[in-house]
Write a protein that binds this ligand. Sequence first.
Ligand code: ZN
Ligand code: ZN
Length: 220
Amino acid sequence: MTIKFHVSNDLLLSYSSGTLDEASSLLVATHLALCPHCRARNALADSLGGHLLDSLDATPVSPDMIDVVLARVRNQASNGASRSGDRPRAVADAIIPEPLRTYLGGDIDELPWKRLAPRIQQISIATLDHRSRARLLRFQSDLKVPTHGHNGRELTLVLAGSLCDRDAVLLRGDIAETDERTEHQPHAGPGEDCICLAVTDAPLRFKSMFARLLQPLFGI
Ligand code: ZN
Ligand code: ZN
């Protein structure tokens, strides 16, 4: 398995600096558990973050400077990932890796799934800071999510099956990130159920009247 869609630089830096909300941090940390490439990027962001903070008093950090730093992060990360090899076996064997598994209290077949809509099940994930919402979603194969826009950021991490989103096919470990400018209609691929972790910091904007009417019931 090769992960193609990674944590964005903005997200990784917010995570590394500790300013990211809890649900998004959970998603990033779960991606890191699956992705040696981003573990290396994160280690470097952690070490560079300290240097950046040290230099802030003396010299304002320009956007150009940030680009230079991020280019270094990317170079280092690709070197680090090629050295670090495959994932540990314990992580590879569980469908739901840590730290998400601790939040949920079990692996996929031990969870109290609730019906969200026909062919969609979910589990809401409690977080303490209430800045965003996390849910585990289970789409039956070939399910089309109703077309929607966003009032904020939406992060989706695929854990099983496949999800087709805007001409891309996301597999286990891949992340899709959308914002207010994006309207889309993701759909689950054929074969096994698609299981993904979704984090939103604002309600979605559904196009169809039917979906809008149901929205308050589901809190999405
Ligand atoms: Zn990654
Ligand atoms: Zn969306």
